[in-house]
Unconditional design. Structure first.
Length: 251
């Protein structure tokens, strides 16, 4: 028996869910602006705390490394723990909008468990390259490296960092091969100009906070920082979902 019913299109996994309308019974309190704001603040306080916990190895190891240029490669290696933590943070921000019943801690550790291995395949090479470049720049003058070469290395470092952030973001939400994620990160870094400039701005803010204030202050605003990052890269996520994934009709 045939019907004229058409399959329901697959739901965009980055589209916020709408809470089902609820008509309160007499005497039942309604959810107002203050209640919504309190819930949002709670989410981001918990997310910030979870980011700090996930980055504790980096924080502790960094405390034992003097701020000496010779330690730049080691400092870069301590940053290996940051990649999976940022990925879990992005996963949690999406869950804030797409899974209304999921607690932030459960979302964070689910995202960490699902993505840490894939993220490290991309994050580790980036940190190694950044560590080598940072060490070279720190001792470039003593080694006789010319200013133009140092500028070129600085540009490569910036491009590498932005690529790594794009790659981590893509790996968080898409189960592609590592090589495909690397190529997609290059593509969106080049052709999604708004997202790329947004990520550059976020990186500058993070580096500026660490350089002129402290890493502790960056930890305090970590949840908000990841939220902005998610919003900046969200158009890329939607485009990847539309162009490169097979969509099953929604039930």
């Amino acid at each position: 028996m045939t019907t004229n019913e058409q399959p329901v299109p697959a739901r965009n996994p980055f589209e916020p869910l709408e809470r089902s309308p609820h008509k309160p019974v007499p005497g039942e309190p309604t959810e107002g602006f203050l209640s919504k704001a309190t819930r949002a603040i709670y989410w981001y306080i918990v997310l910030t705390a979870l980011l700090v916990v996930a980055c504790l190895p980096t924080i502790v190891l960094g405390m034992f490394l003097p701020p000496d240029p010779s330690n730049i490669p080691l400092i870069a290696l301590t940053g290996l723990f940051v990649g999976p933590a940022l990925s879990a943070g992005l996963y949690t921000v999406r869950a804030r909008y797409t899974d209304l019943d999921l607690a932030p801690a459960r979302a964070f550790w689910r995202g960490y468990r699902l993505n840490w291995a894939d993220v490290l395949k991309l994050w580790v090479p980036a940190m190694v390259v950044l560590g080598i470049i940072g060490f070279t720049l720190a001792f470039g003058a003593e080694a006789g490296i010319g200013p133009m070469y140092r500028i070129a290395l600085l540009v490569i470092a910036v491009v590498g960092l932005i690529w790594a952030l794009h790659a981590v973001a893509i790996a968080t939400f898409f189960n592609f091969r590592t090589g495909d994620i690397a190529r997609l990160a290059v593509y969106y870094m080049a052709f999604s100009v708004k997202s790329t400039f947004g990520v550059v701005a976020m990186a500058i803010v993070a580096i500026g906070i660490v350089a002129w204030a402290s890493a502790a202050l960056l930890g305090v605003v970590g949840g908000v920082w990841v939220w902005f990052w998610y919003q900046i890269d969200k158009p890329c996520f939607v485009d990847i979902w539309n162009r490169f994934t097979a969509k099953e009709p929604a039930e």
